[in-house]
Design a protein around this ligand. Structure first.
Ligand code: TTJ
Length: 640
């Protein structure tokens, strides 16, 4: 393949085009997938280049526009991609950027490139996967333009006019031959661009959606950078002190930035980034942060007699109870490890973060003794609660070690012993639990009825949580253990199905359960074992035939089909309890007919999920209601 425009584009060019052909053959290797996620990575890939220019100190504004035809335009006010001839390729540098694989940012300049994680594959990959891509460069008073189609040069770089500023403008249309989905989602882009703005202080990023009659515009601009990110994470919580603790420094060429603030909750929310890319599995930078935190607070507590010399040290967990933190580093050559290549491996990153945080946090605590005191007091309380929890846990451990059949009394277990075939329904209320026990397939379906609302784990310490009967019942029924003891191999059921009434109370109970699972057994959700049952809202009877509707819309279409007259008997279910066993089986439990929603966590935006759960579980009533109404967004349809 390849489109030769004129004689100047010879053998070199063909080789280049073959390079991009490899991208089109195996797009997943370069952008992870050709799903909607891969589609959005194209935008991040391009924006990363502008962020590099911000980090180099030559750019402070990036505009991203979703245009009417679903193409995306990214404009920055940087120096503009160089247009001079690149010696090695014999082509203008800009053409190399867009047509040579992995050429992104390799020409001089120095500084930190944010490229490096899952994306960071370069602008040429975006070009290869676009139906068309156009670049316009403003430089030295002139404008230059080039166009490509599916990676092929359509015309050589040409001068198209004059200009009074500098910058780069790239517009591309994702290729429908490559992507399963080519419609951009505003909220997905909004979330990631906001994160980029938090991580790159001072830059102004705007996102515009021109597909609507009235264009939608969002602007992200945080002079405080990750300090404002931490305020944002704590926005629905009660901070324990006003200041955001902030450390910034450079060691061995690694830029380190950390911001943190404690809140009155018991959960830790620390999010780490390498070159602006989230590292959900952490790595050396996170380890360095934790080491520094533990050491600095213990030193301070001992020195100031908050802990006596003979008392046991505070653990990292004690100190991080209720902590919201962002750890962000910029490193020249990040090494990613682990199965998903998401865990930072560079040992120098650990030293860099540890050193910067120890030094600056020690200074901060000395300058702010009242803040130091608040944090130490909270950690000491956490230590005591943890001791109590350990005792409670030791008790449950001993019990299970002695007697492996101590399953909860309320559990109606299934008879099949192969977990792969088994599922457990967690049912709200004893009466619905009774119907479910009658309705179920005894071989493969277990039923665990829970009484009333389960404990809100966001508002309780571990010692309280572990003595709660409903929670104990779930833990023993699942078999996996929790927290550091968690072992998915021991899971006794392939599917954990939460079945609650289809009303606001039911949604609240379901979220309490999801919160518990998310905090103590997140891998159950990550590995796709957690589901929400979907009981119907209406029953329609006509001439002895029965129809079920799961929402108002469906009710409407059923009535339209069978006719709207006096022969219809419509019942609105107020709760699971109103259904008899047969109805419950038919509508909600029969694997052949039921609808289950699988609960998922988007790893790329776990900091958002955290906020969502906290919003719901916290004390502020308004955001909670919003969450329940939007709840459906966090679960995906699963046709079973
Ligand atoms: C590199 O070093 C010399 C001066 O110019 C630097 C540069 O390339 N800056 C730059 C690239 N600013 N913006 C870009 C860029 C912007 C977009 C939207 C897309 C791409 C591929 C690059």
């Amino acid at each position: 393949m390849g489109t030769e425009v004129n004689g100047e584009y010879g053998a070199d060019q063909i080789q280049i085009l073959e390079g991009l052909e490899a991208v089109r053959k195996r797009p997943g290797m370069y952008i992870g997938s050709t799903s909607v996620r891969g589609l959005h990575h194209l935008v991040y890939e391009i924006v990363d280049n502008s962020v590099d220019e911000v980090l180099a100190g030559h750019c402070n504004e990036i505009q991203v526009t979703i245009q009417e035809d679903n193409s995306v335009k990214v404009v920055d006010n940087g120096r503009g991609i160089p247009i001079g001839i690149n010696q090695k390729a014999g082509l203008p540098a800009v053409e190399v950027v867009f047509t040579v694989l992995h050429a992104g940012g390799k020409f001089g300049g120095g500084g930190y490139k944010v490229s490096g994680g899952l994306h960071g594959v370069g602008a040429s990959v975006v070009n290869a996967l676009s139906e068309w891509l156009e670049v316009i460069i403003h430089q030295d008073g002139k404008m230059y333009q080039q166009r490509y189609e599916r990676g092929n040069v359509i015309y050589p770089l040409r001068e198209i006019g004059t200009t009074d500023h500098t910058g780069t403008e790239v517009t591309f249309l994702p290729d429908k031959e490559i992507f399963e989905e080519t419609i951009f989602d505003f909220d997905t882009l909004r979330q990631r661009l906001r994160e980029m703005a938090f991580l790159t202080k001072g830059v102004k990023i705007t996102l515009t959606d021109e597909r609507l009659d009235e264009p939608k515009v969002r602007e992200f601009h945080y002079e405080g950078g990750i300090k404002e990110y931490v305020s944002y994470l704590n926005r629905h919580k009660d901070p324990l002190y006003e200041q955001i603790i902030y450390c910034e420094g450079q060691r061995d060429g690694i830029l380190v930035e950390v911001a943190m603030q404690h809140n009155s909750s018991y959960q830790e929310g620390t999010y780490s980034f390498v070159n602006n890319i989230t590292t959900p599995e952490g790595g050396t930078h996170l380890t360095g942060f934790r080491n520094a935190l533990t050491k600095t607070f213990n030193d301070y507590a001992k020195k100031n007699k908050i802990l006596k010399e003979n008392e046991t040290n505070l653990t990292g967990d004690d100190i991080r109870e209720g902590l919201s933190a962002i750890v962000s580093i910029k490193i020249g050559e990040p090494q990613f490890e682990g199965q998903t290549k998401q865990k930072l491996g560079n040992s120098e990153a650990k030293r860099a973060v540890e050193s910067v945080v120890t030094e600056q946090l020690t200074y901060f605590l000395e300058q702010n003794p009242s803040v130091a005191r608040i944090i130490c007091d909270k950690a000491v309380l956490a230590q005591r609660a943890r001791d109590a929890a350990r005792k409670a846990r030791d008790l449950t451990r001993r019990k299970t070690a002695l007697d492996s059949t101590t399953l909860p009394g309320k559990l109606a277990d299934c008879s099949d012993k192969d977990p792969k075939n088994c599922e457990i329904y967690i049912v709200e209320g004893d009466s619905a639990g009774g119907s479910a026990k009658t309705a179920r397939n005894r071989a493969t379906q277990a039923i665990l009825p829970l009484r009333g609302k389960i404990l809100n784990v966001e508002k309780s310490r571990l010692d309280k949580i572990l003595i709660n009967n409903e929670i104990k019942a779930m833990i023993t029924a699942f078999g996996t253990g929790i927290g550091e003891d968690f072992n998915i191999e021991k899971l006794r059921y392939d599917k954990i199905v939460i079945m609650t009434d289809a009303d606001v109370d039911g949604a609240h109970i379901a979220t309490l359960m999801l919160t518990f699972l998310y905090r103590f057994m997140p891998d159950l959700i990550r590995k796709g074992h957690v589901y929400l049952a979907q009981p119907p809202l209406f029953k329609v009877e006509r001439n002895k035939k029965v129809y079920y509707a799961y929402d108002d819309l469906e009710l409407g279409s059923i009535l339209k089909e069978i006719g709207r007259d006096g022969n219809n008997k419509i019942q609105r279910y107020k709760g699971l309890g109103e259904m008899d066993a047969d109805q419950l089986w038919d509508t909600t439990m029969d694997p052949e007919k039921r609808i289950l929603l699988r609960v998922t966590i988007d790893e790329e935006s776990e900091s958002e999920i955290d906020v969502v759960f906290n919003t719901l579980m916290g004390d502020k009533v308004e955001p909670r209601r919003e969450f329940i109404e939007e709840n459906a967004k966090y679960v995906k349809n699963l046709d079973i």
